[in-house]
Structures are given as structure tokens and as C-alpha cells.
Design a protein around this ligand. Sequence first.
Ligand code: C5P
Length: 309
Amino acid sequence: MTAAPVVPGPVTARVPAKVNLELLVGPRRDDGFHALATVYQAVSLHDDVTVAAADEWGVSVSGPLADGVPTDGTNLALAAARLLGERYAGDPVHVSIRKSIPVAGGMAGGSADAAATLVALDHLWDLGLDREEIEDVAAELGSDVPFLVAGGTAMGSGRGELLAPVLARGTYHWVFALAEGGLSTPEVYAECDRLREGTDVPEPLCTPALMAALRTGDPHELAPQLTNDLQPAAVSLRPDLGETLAAGMEYGALGGIVSGSGPTIAFLVEDNEAGIDLAVALTASGVVRDVRRANGPVHGAHVIHHRVD
Ligand code: C5P
């Protein structure tokens, strides 16, 4: 009797969301992107992405936050699958995304799904790529895709895709205030340019004070260092975000910041208990659509399930 052939079964990768602890936006470059100096932290809100062999390329999305995710060729996870397939002669796959990261929220949900797709396909197709090779493909897909592969806490330069490790101690506790609707990242960058028109914008450099704060592991040290140059632009487009920031600080957050290009707001709190208290207070206040608690840093995209049929 001959054994049945081994068919690679679906592979699922889990990927975190990110928050920028510092996001310094420099001048607009000739390619349309802005020079960035940023410190990313991966946080424990996750999407799960499953890839499986299929007759044709496709993507579907499920989960509580699935609304608003495109399922056509503009879906970044599908684009990631096709790009890796072109490069390594991979056959068509279907990508299934289970979404828990806010969509168009400034937490890199689309980029996260692309990162998870690359990691899952590396496994499904048995490519044996190392982290650096995956991060190279990731950089072609978007500025923060390489970080979602890497995870942890890292500095990003260039347009955000060039990563360097950061020494960070401890675990930080976050409460994320989700807003109604999303913000378009290009529109927020354009608003940032408009607000700064006529001013001299320096080349961005991450501040040593933030690095020193991260080495202490103390959220009280980190809170005053949280900075986001896109925040004035996000608040200009969505004035209600100012109200959310004020409410979170009033209810005991150590620090509050627009996450990436927004409209999600990230509040840093002292510990898990403070996070529960703030989440309850914000929910009761009615100023936010919903809240999520998370901690960071956590690992980047990684395989959690692989079935061999
Ligand atoms: O790289 P990604 O596709 O995520 O970028 C989305 C958009 O955000 C870009 O098309 C650009 O308008 C803006 N962006 C930028 N400078 C960066 C990163 C993003 O202007 N460093």
C-alpha cells in the first residue's frame, strides 16, 4: 500500500497592531513619501490570516471589524500573496483574514495582514526565507509592513521601512479609543503638509529622551515623551479627537496620543488595573465608539497553526 501524498494544509499566522511612540515627520521627498523618524511598538491586538491553496487568487474577511476592508485587488494581503507568488513561483492561494485590528485606524491593520500573509506563505510554500528576506518584500508593500514582520519595539527611518532595534524594558499597558469611521493616511499627510506650509521642516531624528525612557521600563517616564507630528493634522480633520484625548487624560491616563495617522487614540496607563478603569470610564462617557485594552511590546507576525492534510 502506498501512502497518500502529503498536501500542505492551510497555514495561519497571527500578527499584532502597532502604535508609534514617537512619529516625527520630515520634509516630503521627491517620491511623494515623507522622511520619518519613528519608534514603533507592537501591541496585543491581533489579526489572524490563513492562506490555503486555491484555484484562483482571492481574499475574504471576517470578524467583528471586517466592515470596510476591500476584497478586491487593492487588498494589501492579496497584493502580498501575489508579489511573493511572482517572486517564488507560488501557485494561487486564498487569503482569509480574521480582523480584530481597527480598519483605517492608524494601527497598521492592512500592513499587518500583508506581513502575516508573507510569513504564512513562506511556511505553506516551504520557502525557508529568513526574516531579512521577508522584510525586503514587505518594504515593497508599504512603509510599516517590515515592522509588523519584526514586532517588538524598533526605530523606523527612511519612509518607515528601515528598522533598527531599540532597547526597551518592561511591558506597557495601553487603552485604545476607537473612533467612528476611519482616516485616509495620504489625506492626513497632505493635511500635515498644509498646516506646515511656509515653515522650515527639519530632517527628523528620534529623541534620546524617548530612548532613555524606554530603557527604564517606567510608563511614567515614557508618557511625557509620546509625540506624533501627524496629530495636529488628524485633529484638524477630526476635531472630535481633541475631545477624546481630553477625556482620557481626565480619567487618569498617563499620556495620550493619536495612533499613527488616526483616528484611533492610544492612552498609556500605569498597569492592567488602570487600563480596566480607563476603559470603563471612556465607555461610560459616550465620547468613544469602543475601547480595546492591549499591552506591548509583543512579537511580530508568526505562524500559529499549520494543518497537513
Ligand atoms: O507606505 P504606505 O503605503 O503605508 O503609505 C500610505 C500613504 O501614506 C502613502 O501613499 C503616502 O501618501 C503616505 N506616507 C507618506 N510618507 C511616509 C509613509 C506614508 O507620505 N513615510
